[in-house]
Every structure is written in C-alpha cells, then in structure tokens.
Write a protein that binds this ligand. Structure first.
Ligand SMILES: NC(=O)c1ccc[n+]([C@@H]2O[C@H](COP(=O)([O-])OP(=O)(O)OC[C@H]3O[C@@H](n4cnc5c(N)ncnc54)[C@H](O)[C@@H]3O)[C@@H](O)[C@H]2O)c1
Length: 257
C-alpha cells in the first residue's frame, strides 16, 4: 500500500460505513493521511462525524456540491487548516428517485438537470476549487467514482448513466486542463456494490447476481477492493496516469455474453 504520511486529502461522499468513499478514507488514513470529510446536509452530519471520530485528527466540514458557495467555503477552510491539499476524492452522486424507476424516455428536464449537476458538474466545480491548494504542493491527484452504466444500458440506471458519461468525459477534459499543474484526474469505474445510493436503483440484486454469474472472477467487488485501487491512483505510484477510467469490477466489462 502507498504511504500517505504527511499527505492531506479531501473526501467528499461519505454517507455511512457502506460508502465507497468511507473505504477510501480508511485506506488513505490507515497509511498516514490526514483527511477532511464532508457532509451535504444536517441530516447526514452526525453519521459523518461518528465515522470521522475513528480517524486521526480529521476535519469535518459541510459541503453540498450543488452550491458554488459551499464548495468555495470548503476549499477556504481546508486551506486555512491544511495549508494545501495532496488529493481529493469526489464520491458524490444523486438523481431524483422518479428518474430511477420510470422509463428513461420519461426523464424530466428537472431530474436531468439535478442528476447532471450533482453527479457530474460538481467534479468540475470541486476541481477548480482544490486546484490552487494542490498547486501549493507542487501537484495533486483528483479521483471520482463512475459506473459502466455510462456506456451500456442497465435497467433503471437511466439518467445516472447519462450523468456518468458526462462525468467520465469531464475527467478527460479536467486532466488536460490541470495536467500542466501536475494535477492528475482519474476515475474508478466500480462494479455494482450495495450502498445507500445504489439501493435507490430497483433491480440492484439482479445486477449483483449478474456479476457473480458472468464476470471473469465470478463475484462482485467490495468497497475495500475499490479503496485499494483508489489509494494507488491517489498516490505517487500512479504519477504517470491521468485522464484514465480504471475498471474495478471483477472484469465484468470485458464479457460479451
Ligand atoms: N455502489 C455502486 O454500485 C457504485 C458503482 C459504481 C460507482 N458508484 C458511485 O460511487 C459514488 C459513491 O456512491 P456509493 O455507492 O458509495 O453510495 P453512497 O450513498 O454511500 O454515496 C453517495 C454520496 O453522495 C453524497 N451526495 C449526494 N448528494 C450530494 C450533494 N448535493 N452534495 C454532496 N454530497 C452529496 C451522499 O451524501 C453520499 O455520501 C457515487 O458517485 C456512485 O454513483 C457506485
């Protein structure tokens, strides 16, 4: 595992102990990173504070990624405390429930706007806010989380698939913009995992079953496996990698039928 001693990281997207972002936080903190964790609303604040209490000297800050002001305030607080930033995990995603159960053709303009804003645009806003903090460290690594529904149709994934396609394209454009500052931008495309967010997609258990039956490894992935790959991409071990979508999905994406 990479060594994160003396490194500072921001983790956006911890909701509970099942969150992929929480597994990444544990992996990075376990190797010495000092972390800032965020919560998007008062409803989730207590959850995040309870988990953060397991970490060494964490910062816990509010950030609804739908708000430019909150993103700016987050970056300012981190700068004041950490004096820069080495890595950032963007694990926020959201689509209105009706868009994940009605036929895709019925997606409303408002659901589309919200899904794309919270799940894709937020990476751009967050990257813009943390880039100056990373420049202070001579560079950094930004990582987001995506799903193969960006490219292929999964029942009920619907507008989240479109949002993930926008997110993955944003990874490449951000990598091009920020590369000259030695800031890398990558994504992990994780296999389906039961979490708070994925439980909102009806038919998740059918999806999980498909991973067990059809993926080359004949099983799904867990959050710790995603976190190990994330730690690699966040660390200098991946210093030559940017604009990449790394599949951590038991090889599911390689299979035709
Ligand atoms: N679970 C899976 O099967 C799977 C697979 C591939 C990719 N992903 C992606 O991984 C990421 C993390 O999801 P997860 O499965 O760990 O579920 P999760 O529910 O634990 O995490 C989603 C997070 O998004 C946050 N969020 C939602 N709206 C927000 C807002 N306005 N501002 C700030 N944060 C907001 C939630 O608070 C939550 O912490 C998501 O982008 C998801 O699409 C999940």
């Amino acid at each position: 595992m990479p060594d994160f001693s003396g490194k500072h990281g921001l983790i956006v997207g911890v909701a509970n102990k099942r969150s992929i972002s929480w597994a990444i936080a544990q992996a990075a903190a376990g190797q010495g990173a000092r972390l800032a964790l965020t919560y998007p609303s008062e409803r989730l604040e207590e959850n995040v504070r309870e988990l953060a209490a397991q970490l060494e000297n964490p910062l816990v800050l509010p950030c609804d990624v739908g708000s430019d002001q909150q993103i700016a305030a987050l970056a300012a607080s981190i700068d004041a405390d950490f004096g820069g930033l080495d890595f950032c995990v963007h694990g926020a995603g959201f689509a209105p429930a009706e868009a994940l159960k009605n036929p895709f053709v019925d997606t409303s303009r408002e659901s589309f706007r919200i899904a794309l804003d919270i799940s894709a645009y937020s990476l751009i806003g967050l990257s813009r806010a943390v880039a100056p903090l990373m420049e202070k460290r001579g560079g950094g690594s930004i990582l987001t989380l995506t799903f193969i529904g960006s490219d292929r149709v999964f029942p009920n994934y619907n507008v989240m698939g479109v949002a993930k396609a926008a997110l993955e394209s944003s990874v490449r454009y951000l990598a091009a913009d920020l590369g000259p500052k030695n800031i890398r931008v990558n994504a992990i495309s994780a296999g389906a995992i039961k979490t708070l967010a994925s439980s909102g997609i009806s038919g998740l258990s059918t999806m999980l079953q498909a991973y067990r039956e059809r993926s080359p490894l004949r099983r799904g992935v867990d959050t710790a496996e995603v976190a190990d790959a994330a730690a690699f991409l966040l660390s200098p071990a991946a210093r030559g990698i940017t604009g990449e979508i790394l599949m951590v999905d038991s090889g599911f994406h390689t299979v035709g039928i």
